[in-house]
Ligand binder design. Sequence first.
Ligand code: VGL
Ligand code: ZN
Length: 240
Amino acid sequence: MLNRRQILAAMGTTALVALAPSALFAAAAIKPDDSSALLVIDVQNCFLPGGSLAVKEGEQVVPVINKMAKAFSNVVMTQDWHTPGHISFASVHSGKKPFETIDLPYGRQVLWPDHCVQGTEGASLSKDLSIRQAELIIRKGFHKDVDSYSAFLEADGKTTTGLAAYLKSRKIKRVFVAGLATDFCVAWTALDARKAGFEVYVVEDACRGIDTQGSLAKAWADMAKAGVKRIQSSDIALSA
Ligand code: VGL
Ligand code: ZN
């Protein structure tokens, strides 16, 4: 007679055998090709520990991105690149504090601590990023009176950074988005990439969010609605 422990063990094996095939096929099913690009968003000192707008656990995205990048022949990185006294800084609006909002001609703007000022150490890409093949670094948010979370379009909704045209002329069809912060620059980039006609994947464990006033849940909902695919870095096949 089988004892209780043996029965449980046998059940466990059956359950595992039943699960194994789909689990195996599901792993690393996405293989980036020459028409795929990885967009590494704003992995800059200001958003990392000790930075002026540090994103919680922001440093944890770096090894994940470095590993994932090996699967991509096309990598574009971005840098938030503000003028001193940029309109998105709370410090230039009297009586306003960081994380409060104001209404500007182009819409509602969250106000931030001063961050990513052009040419400063805080605006530099993390020294721990290791992606030698990265072919383009696009800077954004450099117009003093307009913010730009998105790597494609400024917050006025019409001024382009040139990224969509660059990617299209390089015959890129699919973009994978990673970096900081999930609910701002990553989400706005992913949404604009959809609008520009790309197939879009956001790699969740390669991103971290700021999460102010429900922004993280809203960002994921907006992205799902727009057809952005939410994946994990383990879904990407590493052999290039
Ligand atoms: C970002 C807030 C302000 C970001 C940039 O990279 O997500 N967030 N500027
Ligand atoms: Zn910014």
